[in-house]
Design a protein around this ligand. Structure first.
Ligand code: ATP
Ligand code: MG
Length: 485
């Protein structure tokens, strides 16, 4: 149960103490680097709702192993925050005084990862726990780039120093395995009560140190239904462009967290409102700004569907998500290449996909295992227009049919002309009944070279493929053939 609901009295009692602490923290613009240790607020076990049974078994085991070996060990971050806010945590992070080599010696299955800062991944049965050594304060010796971003980060510290290195006050709450109390250095308990997401320390400095914190602000606020504190929200517009300094592989991970999420639609709105979205998916941002009637509904429905699938514990794939996000840009470019520049459809499809993806990769590194199926989803779309003879069966048995069909339905729901009717036809076709095909539509349909859509067109030897397509076309005389050389 949420701390805010269950223990209002307790919170009320500690609120004043916390407020004082908070004032001290915010007055002290530079976070963390304290010479004189501060007394944290400690909330004893009987005054908060977190019990060991709320933690995963692996988390409890790792905490005890660290403690028994004489180290300090805490659950920290999203685990404590979400349990106090009454949400089921996604994962549990552990902070400890043990150094990485000490952690490695304690656990048989432990891998050290990370370049900027070593993190131990400890496997406990099915679980992989992230165990981090307390980080030390940021000092002049930390290597930064010209925008203030920290490039190297390998100094270990104390619990208190670790607390002030964290991003938001509510992410800097520690559950102490020794006595099950919660330790609060930064005023996180009070902010939880106020439903406020507040950066620790000077907001601009903290965003400059790591601009990804701007994305985390939007995501975590939406996840909890909190508002971003005024001072923490204010610099975001101004600093949004710092996201360009972040390596595209890291942004890919962050974008997945933002959009493969129940709060995907709210996250999109938040990112747009804070001018962050244009630095992540610039082509999508432009398409939304241009206001074509089907663009916003398409993206919104893709995100809604994703959220519903997550809710129902069904798998979600980034390929489908990116296919939807980038579809408006792809469709626009395809149209330009076909109609205005006179490229044949198969050539135009390959070129449009390549251009759009290359442009996107500058910001977010979409791995091939997602960009390839994404291209297939796009490439299969025109093949739905051909509803005659053997082509129907071939498309129905295509390994990517399901995803491409779902995408067609999405286009229909978004109001793309003709897509809903086409989707309904293919829904019936899957039951084995093939409704009559309206003649003019079929005649109008720009028919792509069929094989161009199988697999990734650009990677296929074009000549050979066309020959095979040609032979097949000759055999099935009732197909609305078309040569698009
Ligand atoms: P969730 O796991 O629900 O996405 P989280 O806050 O636990 O949210 P993690 O990425 O698991 O996010 O990070 C764990 C903790 O590490 C955070 O709660 C925070 O204390 C700290 N942290 C993560 N990213 C940053 C960052 N960019 N700057 C400072 N501290 C961070
Ligand atoms: Mg976490």
């Amino acid at each position: 149960m949420a701390l805010t609901e269950r223990s209002g009295g307790i919170i009320g009692a500690i609120a004043e103490a916390t407020r004082k602490l908070q004032r001290r923290v915010t007055k002290n613009k530079e976070p963390a680097i304290t010479e004189t240790p501060r007394e944290p607020l400690r909330i004893p076990r009987d005054q908060h709702p977190i019990s060991r049974s709320n933690l995963s078994p692996g988390t409890v085991k790792v905490l005890y192993s660290l403690k028994d070996a004489g180290h300090e060990a805490y659950m920290v971050g999203g685990g404590v925050r979400d349990l106090l806010a009454g949400i089921k945590p996604k994962d549990f992070d552990i902070a400890t005084s043990a150094h990485p080599d000490e952690i490695r010696r304690l656990f048989r299955s432990c891998r050290l990862v990370g370049r900027r800062f070593l993190i131990a991944h400890v496997r406990m049965g099915e679980e992989i726990l992230e165990v981090t050594t307390f980080r030390g304060p940021i000092t002049e010796s930390h290597e930064r780039d010209e925008t203030g971003r920290i490039l190297s980060d390998n100094v270990y510290g104390t619990l208190e120093q670790d607390a002030f290195r964290r991003d938001f006050t509510i992410n800097a709450l520690y559950y102490d395995i020794r006595d099950f109390s919660i330790v609060d250095f930064a005023g996180g308990v009070e902010d939880l009560r106020q439903r406020s997401l507040r950066l620790i320390g000077d907001p601009e400095l903290r965003y400059r140190e790591d601009p990804v914190r701007m994305l985390r602000a939007v995501r975590i606020a939406n996840k909890l239904g909190f508002s971003i504190a005024k001072e923490s929200a204010e610099p975001i517009h101004r600093l949004a462009a710092l996201l360009r300094e972040i390596p595209p592989a890291r942004l890919f991970d962050e974008v997945l967290k933002l959009f493969l999420s129940r709060e995907a639609v709210a996250n999109l709105q938040g990112l747009r409102a804070y001018s962050l979205f244009s630095h992540l998916l610039p082509l999508t941002d432009e398409a939304l700004d241009a206001g074509e009637p089907s663009v916003e509904p398409l993206i919104r429905k893709a995100l809604d569907n994703t959220a519903a699938r997550i809710e129902a514990n069904q798998p979600v794939t980034p390929a489908f998500l990116f296919a939807a996000m980038l579809w408006p840009a792809y469709a626009k470019r395809l149209e330009q290449l076909e109609r205005k520049q006179g490229h044949a459809p198969p050539v135009a499809q390959v070129q449009a996909a390549e251009e759009v993806i290359a442009h996107q990769q500058l910001r977010i590194a979409i791995p091939k295992r997602f960009s390839i199926p994404m291209r297939e989803i796009w490439a299969l779309q025109p093949r739905f227009e051909n509803r005659r003879g053997a082509r129907v069966k071939r498309l129905l048995s295509h390994p990517r049919f399901r995803a491409a069909y779902d995408f067609l339905l999405l286009r229909g729901q978004a109001g793309e002309p003709g897509a809903a009717e086409l989707g309904a036809w293919w829904t019936k076709a899957q039951t084995g009944s093939f409704p009559p095909v309206p003649e003019e539509r079929e005649a109008e349909a720009a028919e792509p070279a069929e094989d161009g859509a199988e697999g990734v067109p650009s990677e296929a030897p074009q000549k050979k493929r066309r020959r095979r397509g040609g032979r097949r076309r000759r055999k099935s005389g009732n197909e609305a053939g078309g040569n698009h050389e």
